[in-house]
Design a protein around this ligand. Structure first.
Ligand SMILES: *Cc1c(COP(=O)(O)O)cnc(C)c1O
Length: 386
């Protein structure tokens, strides 16, 4: 080992989007392992963006660093999509409360830098959940506390969470941040009233992050409560319903004081010019782009029913654009699930084996039909191999 390296990073296993193995040839490849929208931007919008690139973007110039236009339009979108703000019962979000990042991944890192770095604190996550919170914390040398969830409903073990927080508060490294996904990935359940009440009751020296990456599918948001809670921040992304995963744009909605710090710690030119143009174009056409959401939700419910009809698979209701499944009963071992994922992959369908279960993205109608067919085959092979 090179002596100047941090030993904890040498040991550390990085995130892999599509872990290992060859893809088959001669079959349709369905990438249902990263929860993207199955559709690209419409052709006409792509052409418009090409023209923007050709005519407006000066490739020799650094991108705009203050994101003024983008923040203004994001705030507009956030406000119109929050019923409490739209009907006047909650105060609107101002552009100065928005911070944009190179994907919400960058914002996760900025939040960690702003709160915990240098031995100042640790973070709390409820497993299973989105892996980047723990991964990015570890790369910054920040300790991660993990509590569990109910194996049936995936509700957070709140007693354990209270205990972890109480114990850590007595140390020089208290819990500074609690990470929540609403609805959670990979389990697709939204926060319950009890969980939200627990979050509301956390002391003001703990930052509550509510990641609403799947907001456009769930239509659930806590944005209406944000102005009353300076220790809450909401994360959103353009990588899912807005179809811009290739461009890397996420945003945080926060108290202005926190937003100002997030702006200080980010890289000066974190969003390339073309990425900013793409986000602005997607927002300008948000009605058209989001018109696909009802189709995906209908497809989700159909896929859920059809997969539930297969023997051996247990599935949960979903508030997002993906499903969470496990093998029934004693057959639900990591080894059997890895085998199943492999059997699906050999047929061309990629899904994700994570958090003790299987996460399946809802695709196009054709992809979903293949998912059911291929899952039937894979289940039979997995049972036969036991
Ligand atoms: C997909 C996803 C994101 C998006 O991350 P980006 O960096 O914006 O692409 C964030 N949080 C969760 C929980 C996700 O599932």
């Amino acid at each position: 080992m090179l002596e100047f390296l941090r030993p904890d990073l040498v040991e550390f296993v990085a995130y892999q989007a599509h872990p290992g193995g060859e893809l088959p040839t001669g079959v349709e490849i369905d990438r249902l392992d990263t929860n993207e929208c199955p559709y690209q931007l419409p052709e006409a919008l792509k052409e418009k963006l090409c023209l923007t690139y050709q005519n407006l973007i000066e490739t020799n110039r650094y991108p705009g660093g203050d994101h003024t236009d983008l923040k203004r339009v994001i705030a507009q979108y956030v406000n119109e999509a929050c019923s409490a703000i739209a009907n006047g019962t909650a105060e609107a979000i101002a552009p100065g409360q928005i911070s944009v990042g190179n994907g919400s991944d960058e914002l996760i890192r900025s939040i960690l830098i702003a709160t915990c770095v240098g031995g100042r604190g640790r973070v709390l996550v409820a497993q299973p959940t989105f892996g980047m919170y723990g991964i990015l914390a570890q790369t910054l040398g920040i300790p991660v506390e993990r509590v569990g969830r109910s194996p049936k409903t995936f509700e957070i073990d709140l007693d354990a969470a209270r205990q972890v927080i109480a114990q850590a508060q007595l140390t020089p490294s208290p819990v500074r941040v609690v990470w929540m996904v609403h609805p959670n990935s990979p389990t697709a359940n939204a926060l319950t009233t009890a969980e939200l009440n627990w979050l509301r009751g956390l002391p003001s020296n703990i930052l509550v992050v509510i990641d609403e990456a799947y907001f456009e599918f769930s239509r659930r948001t806590v944005v209406g409560e944000l102005q009353a809670r300076p220790n809450w921040v909401v994360l959103r992304t353009f990588s899912k319903a807005f179809r811009l995963a290739a461009h890397r744009v996420g945003y945080a909605i926060a108290n202005p004081e926190l937003s100002a710090i997030l702006e200080k710690v980010r890289l000066p030119y974190n969003l390339p010019s073309f990425t900013q143009a793409a986000a602005l174009a997607a927002l300008a056409h948000r009605r058209d782009l989001l018109a696909i959401v009802p189709e995906i939700l209908t497809e989700r419910d159909r896929l859920l029913q059809q997969l539930r009809a297969l023997p051996g698979l247990e599935l949960w209701d979903s508030q997002a654009n993906f499903l969470y499944a496990r093998l029934k009963g004693a057959a639900n071992t990591d080894e059997a699930m890895a085998h199943l994922v492999q059997q699906l992959k050999q047929q061309g369908t990629l899904i994700r084996h994570t958090g003790g279960g299987l996460r399946i993205t809802v695709g196009t109608p054709a992809e979903n039909a293949r998912t059911v067919d291929r899952m039937r085959v894979a289940l039979a092979q997995t049972v036969a191999s036991r």
